[in-house]
Design a protein around this ligand. Structure first.
Ligand SMILES: [Zn+2]
Length: 175
């Protein structure tokens, strides 16, 4: 792999939403929010599995919880029209999981009080490749903004590179 050149693979945040590592509300250990196994292959489009039932499971203490899609009403955000719907489309972004609202497991303060966060290790890998690259190439083909294009300026700043890579390394070790 070239040490300094990185091409944006064009992924969006929802690509990483199939397994979200969170802080367990009972034992404070690492838990995971996933689509229910039976539903994993039942949805053709991202919005279908984003609005499917999800489950919280903690391997440490055995805590489990279920999340069911909420019926959409005016003012509740984006709607997904499907059989049994419309449902509210969970809003992705920020250091909380979009289903249970739990703090992400992979989150760390850095760069003057900012919060670095990732849903899972694959998400962390992408951020690391981007942050560490000297030359960043735009995605092909271009389209709606990718996850990397939407990153805040402090994550793109060359001056924060070393601190960000160190923070990513700490998070990886904790995953
Ligand atoms: Zn737990």
């Amino acid at each position: 792999m070239s040490e300094s050149r990185f091409r944006d693979p064009g992924v969006r945040l929802w690509h990483f939403a199939r397994e979200i590592l969170v802080r367990c509300p009972r034992c404070d250990g690492r838990a995971a929010v996933t689509i229910r196994p039976a539903d994993r292959d039942a949805h053709r489009y991202a919005v279908g599995w984003l609005t499917a039932p999800h489950r919280l499971t903690c391997g440490g203490c055995g805590h489990a919880a279920e999340w069911a899609p909420r019926e959409w009403r005016s003012g509740l955000g984006d709607a997904y029209f499907t059989s049994g719907g419309p449902f509210v489309v969970p809003r992705l972004g920020g250091p909380y999981d979009p289903y249970f609202g739990l703090p992400l497991w992979l989150r760390r303060r850095c760069c003057g009080g900012r919060t670095l966060w990732a849903y899972n290790v694959a998400h962390l890998d992408l951020l690391e490749g981007y942050v560490g690259a000297r030359l960043r190439e735009r995605p092909v083909p271009a389209g709606s903004q990718t996850l990397l294009e939407r990153l805040p300026g402090w994550m793109k700043a060359a001056g924060n590179r070393d601190e960000l890579l160190a923070a990513i390394s700490v998070l990886r070790a904790s995953a």
